[in-house]
Write a protein that binds this ligand. Structure first.
Ligand SMILES: *[C@@H]1O[C@H](CO)[C@@H](O)[C@H](O)[C@H]1NC(C)=O
Ligand SMILES: *[C@@H]1O[C@H](CO)[C@@H](O)[C@H](O)[C@H]1NC(C)=O
Ligand SMILES: *[C@@H]1O[C@H](CO)[C@@H](O)[C@H](O)[C@H]1NC(C)=O
Ligand SMILES: *[C@@H]1O[C@H](CO)[C@@H](O)[C@H](O)[C@H]1NC(C)=O
Ligand SMILES: *[C@@H]1O[C@H](CO)[C@@H](O)[C@H](O)[C@H]1NC(C)=O
Ligand SMILES: *[C@@H]1O[C@H](CO)[C@@H](O)[C@H](O)[C@H]1NC(C)=O
Ligand SMILES: *[C@@H]1O[C@H](CO)[C@@H](O)[C@H](O)[C@H]1NC(C)=O
Ligand SMILES: *[C@@H]1O[C@H](CO)[C@@H](O)[C@H](O)[C@H]1NC(C)=O
Ligand SMILES: *[C@@H]1O[C@H](CO)[C@@H](O)[C@H](O)[C@H]1NC(C)=O
Ligand SMILES: *[C@@H]1O[C@H](CO)[C@@H](O)[C@H](O)[C@H]1NC(C)=O
Length: 719
């Protein structure tokens, strides 16, 4: 930590409004970045009566705004963060930042404009997006950007606004408010972008730990009430058909969710019930799913469809937004800022928890069901409501809600899925990019409809789906839609796809100890599980704009195949050596490239030299075919003489006393030894040490301990 006094705050340009003859200059603020990493140029503060006419303000050195009225305040709240407050007399306020024209901007939107993780050239409002290339309604968003010049900016407001990155070397934002607070966030040291996310999320919010069942595979269908096979007669039995296929193929899974239709009433939502036509005995059905090892979630949204209970109550009490009625809008939203509306809705949702529902798929929030300018106020309220509903029955971390439209602080209330991805390679490529982007804005608990959702170009081809299964396995959440026309064990798909589903589900399950530890890290620090490469490899400028590869936690480099044909180029980030993870034979050096051609059974995944990777089996889920199932761990380590020491914080909830358990590895080339020190891991564990002569396996002590392997030789070349 740097002493407070080292932060230099100076005003570069003072307005010269007193001198009528010269042109006044915009008020600006200049801050020195830490470690002398250039200056931060807050080149203007903007104000105006509309969102298109806002202009730079002129102000005195004390911050009094001359041309609009009002006041600007700024001070450091800690060595990394400067808070700026603009209180103007104008309806719209904002700010502008200037960097070198080649610098890049990241963040703000989950949606990957033109399949990019950068924002350069983009200007858009901070709201939910509709039909777009690759994925519709990819809607997580936050008023936070990072620039490659080494800092971040967070505008802390839920008012509608826009970001504009169309002028090279310039970022500008503008909000529908006369009073705006924003934060300029410096890294802890040069290039430490993760520390920028850490400070941002300390001010806004971080995710909460989800239950283990959230990681999936989660199976769902739009249409469990149709597409009956064999003796299936209703939706309930249709789930059992999936349960049975998973069981007989020994495919791991953790939960199910029901999209509509499942309830009675118009559009099957708003009467707070299950339709007996589809679900004759919902409570018993959910109890059975639970006994089979699945948690169960249902669809929910702030939408009141005509003539339903929710609709009628809203009309009677005036809870709709003025001008938004059921005739003109198919399912208006309630104004949840009205406490009576919020409380009524909350009370009604208790039906679902009372019969065992353990989470919601939270849909909509950006389909013209409310005035656009309240989206960032109202969507967080439905997410809070559904969180409150679940929490009061199950307690924190024992349920899983996930939404497609989520704003900033809602990351602490809901996970997300990336919207309606298109069921083709474009959809897959855009989904990879949106996962990386969701991470940059700290929505770590993220998944995608595996195989894609929108089927305008038909059901996913087997090739697309197989590649997508690998991507989902290497995502925090593996979530997969089955049903009408597209179920891996029904035509037109082959048994090969079923095997790939099996293999990827097993891989995801094996990675759960690793994913869970990293999810816990995200809950502690904001740093996401899917990481843009620049977060892990800031010294390599070549990877800053990479959209088709990412770091999966600290240990893995994943370069999914997102195109037909199975061949892609892989550029290894400059940051040591990498071992191909499946066959564990090929080593690649950072800064080099290779072309890989892989069958559908594989995905290009590489583990970093020196990595510690806890794998194993910590949640039985549906694996009832395993007799006397017990949790276990395999701690995989990949020692390298180039990495004298490395650590991993292993977390497994109550099994590790709700704390991180350090696992530390040191290597000593002089005496050819590797030492691993570990704490109490909570379950039986083995250590697997990967070296040139293969794998050495050692049983670990339940109370923790230290193990030294002698006569070791690394698979990685010593530098
Ligand atoms: C989503 O995307 C598809 C394909 O681009 C488009 O045809 C469709 O209208 C969109 N649907 C919705 C509901 O946004
Ligand atoms: C201004 O607001 C309108 C909606 O009223 C929106 O369409 C437009 O994109 C906004 N422009 C900017 C620069 O924010
Ligand atoms: C700004 O907010 C007001 C309500 O406070 C709304 O009427 C107006 O349409 C909004 N304008 C824009 C451009 O968002
Ligand atoms: C699925 O995977 C499991 C373990 O990974 C294996 O035991 C089982 O035989 C596989 N099932 C099929 C149908 O390949
Ligand atoms: C629940 O499972 C039991 C035991 O398998 C079965 O007898 C019962 O019919 C099932 N109930 C429902 C609603 O599926
Ligand atoms: C459902 O809502 C639609 C659209 O508002 C309306 O046209 C239709 O009549 C409603 N149906 C019923 C059964 O209420
Ligand atoms: C809502 O009101 C409409 C018209 O008054 C009525 O037909 C409908 O049955 C009501 N819905 C419910 C669930 O009570
Ligand atoms: C929503 O309700 C709140 C509380 O009554 C009110 O202040 C606000 O103006 C309403 N929003 C709109 C857009 O009508
Ligand atoms: C692993 O080895 C097999 C057999 O040689 C090969 O077919 C496959 O492509 C390899 N996988 C990877 C990811 O290199
Ligand atoms: C990979 O393939 C591209 C053409 O697709 C080629 O230009 C490049 O040289 C190849 N790289 C390697 C390392 O073989």
């Amino acid at each position: 930590m740097r002493p407070f006094s080292k932060i230099l705050i100076s005003i570069l340009h003072l307005s010269s409004f007193a001198l009528a003859s010269s042109t006044p200059k915009p008020f600006s603020l200049t801050f020195s970045n830490l470690n002398g990493d250039g200056n931060i140029q807050n080149s203007a503060i903007l104000a105006g009566s509309t969102n298109t006419t806002a202009q730079p303000v002129f102000a005195s050195s004390s911050g009094t705004i001359a041309n609009h009225g009002g006041q600007i305040h700024w001070h450091s709240i800690n060595p990394q963060v400067v808070q700026v407050t603009v209180d103007s007399t104008s309806a719209f306020t904002g700010a502008q930042f200037t960097v070198a024209s080649s610098d890049l901007f990241f963040g703000v939107w989950e949606y990957p404009w033109s399949d990019q993780i950068t924002n350069n050239g983009i200007k858009y409002q901070l709201l939910g997006l509709g039909t777009k290339t690759g994925v519709n309604w990819s809607n997580a968003r936050a008023p936070f950007f990072i620039t490659s010049s080494g800092y971040g900016v967070y505008a802390d407001t839920d008012k509608m606004g826009s970001f504009d990155f169309t002028v090279p070397g310039q970022a500008q934002f503008m909000f529908n408010t006369s009073s705006l607070t924003y934060y300029i966030i410096k890294p802890q040291s040069k290039g430490d972008y993760k520390s920028i996310i850490q400070e941002y999320t300390a001010i806004s919010s971080r995710i909460e730990m989800p239950p283990d069942s959230s990681y999936g595979p989660t199976f769902w269908s739009d249409d469990f009430e149709e597409d009956f096979h064999g003796s299936v007669k209703n939706a309930q039995e249709n789930y059992y058909d999936v349960v049975n296929h998973l069981y007989f193929n020994q495919i791991r899974a953790t939960s199910f969710f029901a999209d509509r239709p499942y309830g009675t009433g118009n559009t099957s939502w708003g009467n707070f019930d299950f339709d007996p036509k589809y679900y004759p005995t919902p409570k018993e059905f959910i109890a059975n799913l639970s006994a089979f090892g699945f948690d169960f979630q249902v669809w929910a949204a702030n939408r009141a469809f005509l003539n339903t209970e929710l609709y009628n109550a809203s009309v009677a009490n005036n809870w709709f937004f003025p001008g938004y009625n059921g005739e003109a809008f198919l399912g208006p939203a309630l104004n949840l800022s009205i406490p009576a509306a919020y409380n009524y809705f909350l009370e009604k949702m208790s039906y679902f928890t009372s019969i065992g529902v353990k989470g919601y798929k939270i849909d909509r929030g950006e389909e013209s069901e409310m005035p656009f300018y309240v989206q960032n106020i109202e969507q967080p309220l439905i997410e809070q409501l559904l969180y409150d509903n679940m929490k009061s029955t199950w307690g924190v971390s024992n349920f899983y809600n996930f939404a497609r439209s989520a704003f900033d602080r809602s990351r602490s209330r809901t996970g997300i899925w990336n919207g309606d991805s298109h069921a083709d390679f474009t959809g897959l490529a855009y989904s990879v990019a949106s996962g990386i982007r969701a991470g940059i804005i700290a929505f770590s608990q993220w998944g995608v409809d595996c195989g894609g959702y929108i089927r305008t170009s038909g059901e996913p081809l087997e090739e697309v789906w197989a590649r997508w299964m690998h991507f989902s396995a290497w995502s925090p959440v593996y979530e997969i839609r089955v049903g009408t026309g597209a179920t891996p064990w029904y035509d037109p798909y082959t048994s090969r796809l079923v095997s790939i589903l099996n293999e990827t589900a097993a891989m995801h399950n094996a990675l759960m100890p690793y994913i869970k530890s990293h999810t816990w890290e995200a809950a502690q620090t904001g740093v996401p599980v899917i990481r843009a490469l620049f977060l892990e490899y800031p010294a390599d400028e070549k990877v800053y704009a990479t959209t088709d590869a990412y770091a999966f936690g600290s240990a893995f480099f994943v370069a999914p195949i997102v195109n037909a044909g199975g061949t892609r180029q892989v550029y290894f980030p400059n940051g040591g050596q990498f071992l191909e993870y499946f066959n564990k034979t090929d080593v690649y050096v950072g800064g080099s490239s290779t072309n890989v051609s892989l069958e559908l059974e594989y995905v290009p995944v590489y583990v970093r030299e020196g990595a510690i990777v806890p794998t194993g089996d910590i949640l039985q889920g549906n694996a009832k075919w395993v007799n006397n199932w017990q949790p276990w761990l395999e701690i995989e380590v990949f020692p390298s003489w180039n990495v004298p020491s490395s650590t991993f914080e292993y977390f497994d909830g109550e099994r590790t006393k709700n704390k991180g358990v350090p696992i530390e590895m040191t290597t000593n080339r002089r005496d050819s030894s590797v030492t691993v020190t570990y704490g109490a891991l909570g379950v039986p564990a083995t250590l697997s040490v990967y070296g040139k002569d293969g794998i050495k396996k050692v049983t670990l002590n339940a109370k923790g301990g230290r193990i030294t392997i002698h006569s070791f030789d690394s698979v990685f070349n010593a530098n």
